[in-house]
Write a protein that binds this ligand. Structure first.
Ligand code: VIB
Length: 235
């Protein structure tokens, strides 16, 4: 089944659909591959190889650092206080509790400081960082929304799919918790509604750009998980 190229055509076929439905469906098969990946399944089952987990977290620490800057752009570009507030609240959370999680995990997994502080970036990480940077510098609120929503909504989706499975090891259990907490779900639900509000009112050109960015992000999210298993793979 193919997804209509424009949001208007998608709406004609699905009159009750929201803009974010079009984004998600247009991002297949990557959406499903990124939200039901072997990595998150092994995380939930507690069978994830600590070395795979360490490799992932080192790259992700670099990712989250750039992600925080993108949230800063969201605060700047958001039209008014009702939108700035949720971004600012989330920004505060990501720069406090989450940073602490990474540092404790690096210690428990035996990752030396030189490695997490100044890691050699995998090609997929470098590509992700440049998408974040380009979105941030674009000056476009819709573009920032599409990028943030891809990263957040996909993580919430696998987080909720873990259900109540929590392995013994804190570096696995807490990584699931971070992406399944009610506060996180509340923020992502708000972000999804905000993206749909802005996307539905945007020009067809801006809608296309949001759709391309969301799909590209999802492709990179899948490759990001793959990399933890096969760091030498080149794609
Ligand atoms: C490659 C990659 N993509 C998305 C996320 C999701 N994410 C980035 S920052 C943040 C805030 C709260 O955890 C969340 C959910 C990630 N960690 N790594």
């Amino acid at each position: 089944m193919t997804v209509p190229e424009s949001f208007q055509a998608f709406l004609n076929e699905n009159p009750d659909a929201a803009f974010h439905d079009w984004l998600r469906e247009s991002a297949e098969p990557f959406w499903t591959k990124a939200t039901a990946h072997r990595f998150t399944e092994e995380l939930a089952e507690g069978t994830l190889d600590p070395q795979v987990c360490a490799r992932y977290l080192v790259q992700d620490y670099a990712f989250v650092d750039s992600f925080v800057s993108l949230l800063g752009y969201a605060v700047a570009y958001a039209p008014a206080m009702p939108q700035k507030r949720p971004f600012a609240g989330f920004l505060a959370a990501v720069t406090s509790e989450e940073n602490d999680y990474f540092l404790r995990s690096f210690q428990a997994l035996g990752v030396p400081e030189t490695q997490w502080r100044d890691p050699e970036l995998a090609p997929v990480t470098a590509e992700l960082l440049s998408v974040l940077q380009d979105s941030g510098r674009s000056g476009s609120y819709p573009q920032v929304l599409a990028t943030l929503l891809a990263a957040e909504w996909s993580y919430l989706t696998w987080g909720l799919a873990c259900g109540d499975r929590r392995p013994q090891a804190f570096w696995m259990a807490e990584w699931i918790d971070l992406h399944a907490l009610p506060e996180f779900e509340e923020f992502v639900t708000w972000l999804r509604d905000e993206t749909s509000r802005v996307g539905a009112a945007a020009t067809p050109e801006v809608q296309q750009q949001m759709c391309r960015t969301f799909r590209h992000m999802m492709q990179l999210e899948e490759r990001f998980f793959d990399h933890a298993y096969d760091p030498e793979a080149r794609r």
